[in-house]
Write a protein that binds this ligand. Structure first.
Ligand code: KG4
Ligand code: ZN
Length: 347
């Protein structure tokens, strides 16, 4: 079964053709990162306009790279939620129009589900069930329990900021480019992770996360280090820090963030000793320090990480998620009434 998939939930316009949920025939991603690097973050209106420009050529390229025509396509899948409304609209309207025009069944896929299914793509082994998935992206931080395909239970979630958002905000304080995660990951290699001790915020549910306090703790520690009051604007701190201090803050923050993620994951494992594998998913799962620390500290279970090129937003993962929905018996969405809000909930 070949699925044409489309992803446009944030600042990547992407289309892919995936066979049987595992084999990538094409995977085209046009990123708007260069546009938003200048602003230090995504501007939703600009993102939507950029998707509109890119979406048709991206889909055309997905067909030509895969050497496929419409006759080869069995279904269309599209990210329907969550994401930026204007961005989602471009992808979903394109997908529903193509589904009507070419008479193909349409599947509306939850973005986080897709991130989890990136672990099935181009991999020699598939994760076994039941599994735990740590979904760590720019907008989400969750631990999900999956007893079987297309069955999800959220057992831990963030009470405030997402981990990726926290990487991006700390990077901004340190004067690093957007997106902050890769920049912190790189700079942290030059710093001392023990230099600035940072707190592990407490949560009522021990499997939940809270990252807004960590971000503020970095801000306060930087202000203290450079000797300015807490009223000093965060946008100016980068000018007062030395390069070594920036590297030490990047390393200390990254270490703390990873320790928190792994602490919660281990607590979840403790509660679910029956799990047979662990899947990391989402943009932050590209983090090299997280990958090596996780492998060092969890020995008794196979760990799955998406290949780095599939950890960020892409459409191949949407095609994988849709395939496993289809084989689990999910029915297609009516293209005439596809409703991207309210959200299609994972629960
Ligand atoms: O999954 P994703 O591409 O988009 C969302 O669905 O949100 O995740 C983007 C997030 C950004 O916050 C980015 O800074 C972070 O993933 N990220 C990283 C790394 N690469 C991307 N965070 C830490 N280390 C990385 N290597
Ligand atoms: Zn994502």
């Amino acid at each position: 079964m070949k699925i044409l998939s489309i992803e446009s939930s944030c600042d990547e316009t992407a289309a892919a053709i995936v066979e049987n949920g595992v084999k990538i025939l094409s995977n085209v991603v046009v990123s708007q990162i260069d546009i938003f690097a200048a602003y230090g973050g995504v501007i939703p209106e600009v993102a939507a306009r950029s998707h509109l420009e890119a979406i048709t050529p991206v889909i055309d390229k997905a067909f030509s790279d895969a050497h496929c025509s419409w006759d080869d396509i069995d279904a269309i899948a599209v990210t329907s939620a969550p994401g930026l409304l204007g961005s989602l609209l471009i992808g979903t309207l394109t997908a529903r129009t193509l589904a009507i025009l070419h008479k193909k069944p349409l599947y509306a896929v939850h973005h986080l589900k897709s991130h989890i299914y990136s672990n099935w793509l181009e991999s020699d082994n598939s994760p076994s069930f039941p599994l735990l998935s740590l979904v760590i992206s720019g907008g989400h931080t969750q631990i999900l329990y999956m007893p079987a395909h297309n069955s999800f239970k959220i057992i831990g979630t963030t009470n405030d900021d997402a981990i990726g958002e926290c990487f991006d905000k700390v990077a901004k304080i340190l004067g690093l480019p957007y997106p902050g995660g890769p920049a912190i990951n790189k700079l942290a290699k030059l710093g001392d992770p023990e230099k600035y001790p940072l707190p592990h915020p407490k949560t009522e549910n021990p499997l939940d996360f809270s990252f807004s306090g960590l971000k503020t703790a970095v801000l306060r520690a930087v202000q203290k280090e450079v000797g300015v009051p807490i009223s000093h604007p965060s946008s100016d701190l980068k000018n007062l820090l030395t390069d070594q201090q920036k590297a030490d803050f990047a390393a200390s923050f990254e270490k703390t963030a990873i320790d928190i993620l792994l602490e919660k994951l281990k607590a979840a494992l403790n509660e679910h000793q029956e799990v047979k594998s662990i899947c990391f998913a989402g943009g932050v799962s590209a983090n090299a320090a997280l990958r090596s620390k996780a492998s060092e500290s969890i020995h008794n279970l196979p760990l799955f990480f998406p290949s780095p090129s599939l950890s960020g937003d892409n459409a191949a993962m949407v095609g994988a998620a849709a395939y496993f929905e289809i084989i689990s018996g999910v029915q297609p969405t009516d293209p005439y009434s596809l409703n991207i809000y309210p959200r299609i909930a994972i629960s």
